[in-house]
Design a protein around this ligand. Structure first.
Ligand SMILES: C[S@@+](CC[C@H](N)C(=O)[O-])C[C@H]1O[C@@H](n2cnc3c(N)ncnc32)[C@H](O)[C@@H]1O
Length: 291
């Protein structure tokens, strides 16, 4: 049954959360009224969602991708961006690319970002900077039983736009130069800030109890959402949309950053969690910065 709830931020920005099929919901959104879509659909890799069946035939799944991607295209403003997070699995390495290709029938792939969830760095790469002579690991490495595969530590964030020519605020998510001589060496450099590139290391937070703290099998971190918002340019955004809200990570970040939001989630249990999380975030006084 479709249900809708609207929250307001302190400055009267609207967060409209819908428990509904996004294919139905997006048809009711005015054309070109959304500046930024940040989302992660199910990957069809057999994840155990509470109601959604993540085991469709390849054709059925990819036809469905094409259907909602067409609606995202309709909703997106001329200079809008879609940040589409998709992962794959060692047994199905092409699924993320297949999703990107279907989406590319409607939108132009402008950037491909690798979301690095965990990484190990050998000591010769950090010597003189950090003490120690053993590899340092960041993020979580789930033990795997097979000798055939190595740990899958990354996912994709495909950045699509209508034209492939949308300017981004790279320095908003930039980093300082390691070698400061670069600031004076290049004419185009005017500050100690450079583009951070397309490898984003964002680990999951360590959780104690999955059922209490992560009641959904496939969330993305708040930091990832915030980075997409800042890269697109926070001051250029009238409205953010997430067609596959899950437990509402994108909505929560929009609540914190005071941005209009609309989203859809088909599962009523996840939707209930989403409402709770957004309500809680709105009760937090500060405009929280996650990074
Ligand atoms: C990968 S999860 C998104 C998780 C979300 N990014 C978060 O951090 O909580 C995909 C979600 O899409 C939902 N879903 C599947 N089909 C849908 C549809 N047609 N309309 C809306 N939501 C749908 C699933 O129930 C699932 O919660």
């Amino acid at each position: 049954m479709s249900q809708s709830r609207t929250f307001h931020t302190a400055s009267s920005k609207k967060l409209i959360l819908n428990c509904n099929d996004c294919i139905i919901g997006m048809q009711q959104i005015p054309r070109q009224s959304v500046d930024l879509v940040i989302t992660s659909p199910p990957y069809n890799l057999g994840v155990k969602y509470s109601t959604y069946n993540d085991n469709k035939s390849r054709d059925e799944y990819l036809n469905w991708i094409q259907k909602w991607a067409a609606l995202v295209f309709e909703c997106l403003s001329p200079n809008g961006s879609l940040f589409l997070n998709v992962g794959s699995a060692p047994k199905d390495p092409f699924i993320a690319m297949d999703v990107a290709q279907k989406t590319a029938t409607h939108l132009v792939l402008q950037n491909t970002i690798h979301w690095i969830k965990s990484i190990s760095v050998d000591p010769h790469h950090f010597k003189n900077k950090i003490p120690g002579n053993e590899a340092i690991s960041f993020g979580h490495f789930k033990p795997i039983n097979s000798n055939r595969y190595i740990n899958d530590c990354h996912e994709y964030i495909f950045h699509f736009s209508r034209s492939g020519n949308v300017s981004l605020e790279r320095k908003n998510v930039g980093v300082p130069y390691t070698h400061k001589s670069n600031i004076t060496r290049w004419k185009s450099v005017d500050s100690d800030r450079r583009c951070r590139g397309n490898t984003w290391f964002i680990p999951y937070k360590t959780i104690v109890s999955r059922s209490k703290q992560r009641p959904h099998p496939a969330t993305f971190p708040e930091e990832l959402v915030e980075r997409c918002i800042r890269l697109h340019g926070i001051n250029r955004i009238r409205k953010v949309m997430d067609p596959f809200m899950g437990i509402g990570t994108t909505a929560v970040v929009c609540a914190a950053l005071d941005i209009d939001f609309i989203g859809f989630e088909i599962d009523s249990a996840y939707f209930a969690d989403c409402l709770q999380r957004v309500e809680k975030r709105l009760q937090t006084e500060s405009r929280n910065i996650f990074t």
